[in-house]
Design a protein around this ligand. Structure first.
Ligand code: UDP
Length: 339
């Protein structure tokens, strides 16, 4: 059937592998949908469109190998066709969003992860969880390896996201250990690129939108806090490899082997570390903006530093980011200019 929107009559045709992406209308989810389709997978998207947007996937409507369902993944999930992998990306992900949607954020990380894992188990499908560098909280180890357990305030305002994702990781490992689901966990560091919402609230989109509008850049704190920014195509490549890697081959390339290695979390991010002040100046220069910098209060529990240790991704997936911050910002500025 053509132009599928909300119908589950989808199990015919020639598709050999089908991926279900929760949150597939979001910034990262929609780029993943494009990539899997490009690789010959069929793609099913479940998204309740709270922070996702139809505009991100509209170009895919009408394809036989793509199906979209407006679906809240904290409710019981059903799909009539075969599913080879469930990729769980549904969640508000910008601090502004999850502070405005605290209960939904906790629910999608907990109930939503449980439902998505249940669907994967039912279908005999692989499962990949979108986790986050926020599981490290305000880190006391720098850069952050996957073995670091983190420094999270469970009752602060960011706790709704951090703890939901930490619970989601624990639930994913439980389904792997007790139900033998073939699971993967990616810990995603700050990512940017086309399809970020202009009002998303994250630093890259805020600064670019403000610079292009000749409005003051809203710098939180003194700008000395650091982040490491990964362009979205690099992230998508890492996620694609993590899901499709031959687990037995990947295991052999790891020195400190363990039974469950490929199932343990993998950081995907760009280790290039910048202060938020450096980012502001870079964006001002690249947009030739006359905007000033306006100082605002630092949000509660805003991490001082953040930088991924990516040695596991290098060993397991032969993955490294390719796009420099300058290159990625150039594309992202072009995107926001075109809106
Ligand atoms: N930030 C900022 N101005 C903004 C938005 C964010 O200075 O308009 C800062 C924020 O306080 C944090 C960093 O930029 O230190 C990255 O924030 P973002 O919301 O992008 O993601 P986070 O890494 O905090 O999850």
């Amino acid at each position: 059937m053509k132009g599928t929107y909300g119908s589950q009559n989808s199990d015919k045709g020639h598709i050999s592998m089908r991926v279900l992406i929760t949150g597939g209308a979001g910034f990262v989810g929609s780029h993943l949908a494009d990539r899997f389709l490009l690789e010959g997978f069929g793609v099913v998207v479940f998204d309740n469109l709270i922070t996702g947007r139809v505009a991100n996937i509209e170009h895919l409507f009408g394809r036989d190998d793509f199906h979209f369902f407006k679906q809240d993944v904290t409710e019981y999930l059903h799909y009539t066709g075969t599913i080879d992998a469930v990729v769980h990306f549904a969640s508000p992900a910008s601090p502004i969003d999850y502070l405005q949607l605290p209960i939904q954020t906790l629910k999608v990380g907990s109930l939503g992860t449980h439902k998505a894992l249940g669907l994967a188990k039912e279908k005999g499908a692989k499962f990949l969880l979108a986790s986050t560098s926020e599981v490290y909280g305000d880190p006391q180890i720098h850069p952050q390896p996957e073995s670091y357990w983190g420094h999270v305030n469970p009752v602060g305002p960011r706790g709704v996201y951090d703890e939901a994702k930490r619970f989601a990781e624990a639930m994913t490992m439980a389904y792997h250990r007790y139900h033998q689901v073939d699971t993967r966990i990616v810990r995603i560091f700050n990512t940017y690129g086309p399809r970020m919402r202009p009002q998303d609230g994250r630093v890259v989109s805020n600064f670019i939108v403000q610079a292009l509008a000749q409005q003051p850049l809203t710098l939180y704190g003194d700008g000395s806090q650091t982040r490491s920014f990964c362009y979205v195509s690099d992230l998508v490549e890492g996620i694609f490899r993590l899901l499709t890697v031959d687990a037995s081959r990947a295991k052999k390339s790891v020195d400190d082997e363990s039974e469950e290695d490929i199932h343990w979390p993998v950081n995907i991010g760009n280790p290039g570390e910048f202060t938020v002040m450096e980012l502001a100046h870079k964006i001002l220069a690249m947009t030739s903006s006359r905007s000033s910098i306006e100082y605002h209060r630092l949000p509660v529990d805003d991490p001082r530093v953040r930088k991924p240790d990516i040695r596991r991704a290098e060993k397991l997936l032969a993955w490294q980011p390719r796009i420099t911050l300058d290159e990625g910002l150039k594309n992202t500025i072009e995107y926001f200019r075109s809106l």
